[in-house]
Write a protein that binds this ligand. Structure first.
Ligand code: FES
Length: 109
């Protein structure tokens, strides 16, 4: 799961190259250049680099940076909802009877 500037995305935790866990890779950006010696960091925080061989994937689409037309990490739809929507209450904790008997605390289970 990724939060890219307030938008949430999910990628499969398996690199399409040789199966590394993508969750161990760093979140990075892209460098672009209009001429030699000049470069700019763009799309900071929008790319994920595989920890094994460095393939990079667009977090929003799963597409490979090097082969966007043929290699893609699977993406999943993400929906943010309050927890009570997923599991409705009221929730009741289990309780047990506790009494004091002289110097002892008696817990009945
Ligand atoms: S396993 Fe991810 S780039 Fe090789």
């Amino acid at each position: 799961m990724f939060n890219v500037k307030g938008e949430h995305y999910a990628l499969i935790n398996r690199c399409p190259h040789e199966g590394a866990a993508l969750s161990f890779g760093p979140v990075v950006g892209c460098f672009s250049s209009k001429r030699p010696g000049e470069y700019a960091l763009t799309r900071e925080g929008e790319m994920l680099r595989c920890p094994w061989h460095g393939w990079e994937f667009d977090i929003k689409t799963g597409q490979s940076w090097c082969h966007p037309e043929s290699v893609k990490a699977r993406t999943y739809a993400v929906e943010i909802v309050p927890g009570e929507v997923l599991a409705k209450g009221p929730f009741v904790a289990e309780t047990v009877l506790v009494t004091i008997d002289g110097d002892y605390v008696v817990v009945e289970v």
